[in-house]
Design a protein around this ligand. Structure first.
Ligand SMILES: [Zn+2]
Length: 323
């Protein structure tokens, strides 16, 4: 007993720190859990408001005997991320790549493809075009491997154009989006609002767009990444449209892979906040950036319809590496 008291006395600092860390971890987990609960509730209410009762029910009842497979569902999203992670690890195992080879050959790639009016049909057509572009790219780089996702990020160009938070990276994102929209409609959008709107089937003028982009892990095989990157920048010309990152140099390989896998399915956290960020850029948390119910429902419906039926889903995969 006396020894225990002595031990406690001598190690008081360390023990207190440990207790405090546990406390911190638990409260953070609690916060995260309730945040997910709130988002979940918000999504359900938004879907019901948009008369998407069937989707709402399936989402609500996920886990009770079936899985909803929605990208905005915490459990299903985690399953997608885990599968992506195992696919990457399987590839590493299959080719018996050691850490040095992985660091040399692997890159995490983000490509910004198109800014498309937020309408399923138009996005579907545009995604077909992206698949063609990626197929051409893979043909050129025969002897590579890649896996990742298509992502649809909702962007209200009206808000982007009238954002007063345009310092630093904010102004860069603004410029990139304007540039992409200019390319899309071929107009100069700095002058007025009319240039940024599009008319939907009901003749309503809208300013909501979807930034169609891809995130994937690519094994460049025996190729030089400088050559691949240069070629990407030529194919997807324009500032900041191509982003090629090596794995975190200060983290173990498996942790990096787990991180990028989760990053590919990060949508959930972004659903309730407005996105002027894309790729891996940092998020700026401003309450006016929140999505409204209609926007949430539209993103949910879009992801669901792109992920079902014959639309080939959100996944991206190729393998032309010899075994
Ligand atoms: Zn689910």
């Amino acid at each position: 007993m006396g020894r225990l008291v002595q031990h406690l006395r001598e190690n008081r600092e360390q023990i207190n720190q440990r207790i405090f860390n546990t406390f911190l971890r638990e409260t953070t987990e609690l916060k995260t859990k309730s945040k997910h609960g709130q988002i979940r509730q918000f999504v359900i209410v938004s879907l019901r408001k948009s008369q998407k009762h069937q989707l709402a029910r399936r989402f609500e009842q996920c886990g009770r005997g079936h899985q909803c497979s929605y990208i905005y569902c915490t459990q299903c999203r985690a399953r997608y991320a885990n599968r992506l992670e195992s696919r990457i690890n399987y590839h590493i195992g299959q080719h018996r790549l050691n850490d040095a080879e992985i660091r040399q050959r692997f890159r995490f790639v983000t490509l910004l493809h198109y800014l498309v009016p937020n309408e399923v049909r138009q996005i579907e057509l545009q995604q077909r075009q992206v698949r063609r572009e990626l197929n051409n790219f893979r043909r050129k780089w025969f002897g590579t491997w890649g896996t990742g996702v298509y992502e649809y990020e909702l962007i209200d160009m009206h808000k982007v154009c009238h954002s007063n938070n345009l310092s630093g990276s904010g102004s860069r994102k603004h410029a990139v989006l304007i540039g992409m929209l200019n390319r899309h409609v071929g107009a100069n959008l700095f002058d007025d609002d009319i240039g940024i709107s599009w008319a939907d089937q009901n003749g309503t003028n809208r300013t909501d767009y979807v930034l169609l982009h891809t995130h994937f892990v690519m094994d460049g095989g025996d190729f030089d990444w400088n050559d691949i990157k240069e070629n990407m920048q030529r194919r997807w010309a324009g500032k900041y449209r191509v982003d090629v990152l090596p794995l975190h140099s200060d983290k173990p390989i498996d942790e990096s892979i787990s991180r990028v896998s989760n990053y590919c399915f990060k949508n959930l956290g972004r659903l309730t906040s407005y996105n002027y960020d894309f790729g891996y850029y940092n998020h700026e948390d401003v309450s006016t950036k929140r999505f409204n119910a209609r926007e949430v429902a539209s993103m949910f419906v879009l992801n669901n319809s792109m992920n079902s039926g014959n639309r080939k889903g959100l996944l991206l995969y190729w393998n032309s590496l010899r075994d």
